[in-house]
Ligand binder design. Sequence first.
Ligand SMILES: [Zn+2]
Length: 87
Amino acid sequence: MAGLRFMIVLDGFIPESSTGVEVAGVKIPTAFASKIPAIRAEVRSIKTFVGTMNRTLGGQELSLSAKYHICYHDEDPTKPCEPARDI
Ligand SMILES: [Zn+2]
């Protein structure tokens, strides 16, 4: 059976912005922060749909993953990133 393999990888670092809006404890540019509720809603919708399809079809790999974390990779001195959280 043919199907559409739907893969999205969005791995981007959004630096702090002193004039931005606080999201999950970090101030980020307002232009991006304002998009997060819509992005989050769509990602969750896709996860729900794909998860339902995977359960219905059975045998499909459970590859649902959409996460974010507070990233400190540029901190000096270095500091570990916070644990990844589901979107
Ligand atoms: Zn990180």
